[in-house]
Design a protein around this ligand. Structure first.
Ligand SMILES: Nc1ncnc2c1ncn2[C@@H]1O[C@H](COP(=O)(O)OP(=O)(O)O)[C@@H](O)[C@H]1O
Ligand SMILES: [Mg+2]
Length: 497
């Protein structure tokens, strides 16, 4: 333990100091030598690979955190997905034999990753893919996590308090996640759930689980070409392929309970018939009904560039800091969405935005609620993968197509209309209440203008209600009745005044 601790300390300390230097320059908007930064990032990644599985995994997770890592680091960290030296078969063999007995024959190694590797094999006479933990991986990871937690307090001398807090949370989550990912019974559980959910999804293949233990996962072998490879693009046109991948993952996230949260190119393939093949359910998530519905609304708001709606939904998701000024935030988000969709932002707006930027970046008004971490990560990785398949992939355009196709836009419009009606209905009820017992209500609320203001707004309320009701019911008669009722109420109240 002490030896490991010293090794990790001396390997990482210079890299962390250099990272701090760059971070401070970025925060202070000082110029940065990009060449130097790229070299430093490369050194960091080499160090992580040298430190072994735990740190490789750590780097992989960092590679999708643009809030923690500058762009140049992120590019370099992506290398960790592919360059992992395999553990010798001799050592893995024992784990496989212990868990599967003698009915298993290994044909060849397919891939090696930080925590496990995959072999092509035969099990009970069937061609299978066998995923197996690296030897002693649990001990290695446990020890490394202890080392990390011991070293963590030292970072106090390097980073400010708030950044330290972020790192603490990151490491906490990491230590939970890494053990989950090593446990293949968990992966098998998610695989089965998602396979079931997507049973009717067209042109999609997911391997079936044949046997799962904590350390070994045996699956049906499904041959495919990596989704970003030339072979895959020969079978399916790259534009269509990128959209199909995008659609599949967004569909899981927004229409189903469980979703695959790691759309890395290595986990998606295309078979000879042009079906998509999904592997690797080690990082999957579950999303509850309410969050999902809010996510859909945030997504629609973003695509429509409706900043006010977006702020409301983000608030409901708990994604906005209590101190943030909602109006300012909405303005900032609007400009952000415009620039994302390639809409020219005028000079004046830009100046406004600069003023906002202070507030937005140094006291960041958004926060990531726990339940959004995985969805956000998924979307982030998905965007990268789709771009890698098709250089011209456009997230916003694809989103518009997808939302239309799935009927989400109408669904959200309906929900909004329903909300308007609910709101009107409530106001209407309190209006009726105040109408029947005017003295009491006024006395209680101590607000003499209350009933008058509702009456003033009644024509507008009726107009909106009528439109909304018509959208929902498409029923002319009911709509007309409501108008008549409302009008008669208005006249009686006007007469009363
Ligand atoms: N059932 C399978 N059939 C065929 N190939 C598979 C299967 N499962 C995994 N593979 C291959 O092994 C690679 C690594 O598997 P994966 O489950 O992604 O492991 P890791 O968690 O190490 O990334 C995949 O990219 C894929 O090429
Ligand atoms: Mg994988």
């Amino acid at each position: 333990m002490i030896r490991r601790l010293l090794k990790v300390f001396f390997a990482l300390a210079p890299r962390i100091i250099a990272y701090r230097e760059f971070r401070q320059r970025i925060l202070k908007e000082k110029p940065i030598n990009e060449q130097e930064m790229a070299e430093e990032a490369k050194k960091l990644v080499d160090t992580l690979i040298d430190l072994g599985p735990t740190f490789i995994k750590f780097g992989q997770i960092l590679s999708v955190r643009p809030d923690l890592m500058p762009e140049i680091y992120i590019k370099e960290l992506a290398r960790l997905q592919d360059e992992v030296p395999p553990a010798p078969y001799d050592q893995v063999k024992d784990v496989i034999r212990e868990d599967l007995g003698d009915d298993v024959k290994i044909i060849k190694e397919i891939s090696s990753a930080s925590l496990g590797q995959v072999y092509l094999g035969e099990y009970n006479g069937k061609l299978v893919a066998i995923k197996v933990n690296r030897p002693r991986i649990r001990d290695i990871v446990s020890e490394d996590l202890q080392v990390m937690k011991k070293l963590l307090p030292l970072l106090r001398f390097v980073f400010d308090e708030s950044f330290l807090e972020i790192i603490k949370i990151f490491i906490d989550e990491f230590s939970k996640r890494i053990f989950e990912e090593m446990d293949y019974t968990k992966e098998a559980f998610y695989l089965n759930k998602i396979k079931e959910e997507l049973a009717d999804y067209p042109s999609l293949k997911i391997p079936s689980v044949i046997k799962a233990t904590k350390r070994v996962l045996v699956m049906e072998y499904i041959k495919g070409y990596k989704v970003t490879s030339d072979e895959a693009k020969k079978v399916v046109d790259e534009k269509i392929l990128a959209y199909r991948v995008f659609r599949l993952f967004m569909y899981m996230l927004l229409s189903k309970d469980y979703f695959h949260a790691d759309p890395h190119p290595g986990n998606i393939a295309v078979d000879d018939e042009g079906n998509l093949v999904l592997y690797d359910f080690g990082m999957s998530g579950k999303i509850d009904e309410k969050t999902r519905s809010l996510l859909i609304r945030a997504y629609v708001a973003m695509v429509r560039m409706d900043a006010d709606l977006l702020v409301r939904v983000l608030d409901e998701l708990g994604a906005i800091q209590p101190f943030a000024d909602r109006r300012v935030l909405a303005k900032g988000l609007k400009l952000f969405m415009q620039s994302m969709q390639g809409i020219e932002v005028s000079e004046l707006e830009l100046q406004d935005f600069m003023k906002l930027a202070d507030q937005v970046f140094f006291k960041f008004p958004l926060r990531m609620p726990q339940k959004l971490v995985l969805p956000f990560r998924m979307i982030n990785v998905l965007d990268g993968t789709c771009r890698e398949i098709d250089n011209n992939f456009d997230f916003v355009k694809s989103s518009i197509a997808f939302l239309e196709e799935e009927g989400y836009t109408t669904k959200v419009a309906m929900e909004q209309a329903r909300e308007i009606i609910d709101g009107i209905w409530n106001r209407f009820r309190s209006f009726l209440l105040s109408y029947s017992q005017p003295q009491e209500i006024i006395a209680i609320s101590n607000n003499t203008r209350r009933s008058a203001s509702i009456i003033d707004y009644l024509p507008q309320i009726i107009l909106v209600a009528t439109i909304a009701l018509y959208i929902i019911t498409k029923d002319v008669v009911v709509t007309l009745l409501l108008i008549l009722l409302a009008l008669s109420l208005m006249f009686t109240s006007n007469n009363r005044r």
